[in-house]
Design a protein around this ligand. Structure first.
Ligand SMILES: Nc1ncnc2c1ncn2[C@@H]1O[C@H](COP(=O)(O)OP(=O)(O)OP(=O)(O)O)[C@@H](O)[C@H]1O
Length: 133
């Protein structure tokens, strides 16, 4: 999996992406379909936060247009990281699609949401997700 990830076009841009994110609040990434935007960019950020000792404060939300895509991306990222299924004990990855939630109670790292569900959640609680110490 690590070798596969390194072959994706976006892999060569990891350093640039992280550097730009340090200096800016917003980064727009455009690339060919399958180049790794969805599965890799959240992992670049997550790994950087873990390596710098801030993994516990890291909260990444990855929205997807469809329910099946949200679940599939979460499962794919968990596979790539050799982690248990999304939402299982010890997995850093979770997803939420309407009432279908696979999310660890103690880790808040990467969530794949159907985009409308995220908007609804934020309309109910603009402070969501709250950072945990
Ligand atoms: N569920 C999966 N099963 C197998 N391979 C996958 C899966 N999801 C992604 N991949 C592989 O990972 C690569 C990167 O996928 P990713 O979804 O990150 O690309 P993307 O740039 O976000 O594409 P898109 O613009 O279509 O959303 C794909 O080219 C594919 O080879």
């Amino acid at each position: 999996m690590l070798k596969f990830r390194a072959t994706l076009p976006i892999a060569t841009l990891k350093g640039d992406i992280l550097q730009i994110l340090k200096e800016n609040d917003v980064l727009v990434v455009c690339g060919e379909t399958g180049s790794g935007k969805t599965t890799q960019v959240p992992q670049f950020i997550l790994d950087e936060m873990i390596e710098s000792g801030h993994g516990g404060h890291c909260n990444i939300i990855c929205t997807q247009p469809r329910r099946i895509a949200a679940i599939s991306v979460a499962e794919r990222v968990a596979d790539e990281r050799c982690e248990p299924s999304p939402g299982s004990d010890g997995s850093l990855i979770g997803y939420q699609v309407r009432l279908d939630s696979a999310r660890c109670s103690f880790v808040h790292s990467t969530f794949c949401f159907k985009v409308m569900d995220l908007i609804n959640k934020l309309l109910i609680d603009p402070n969501w997700p709250s950072m945990k110490p």
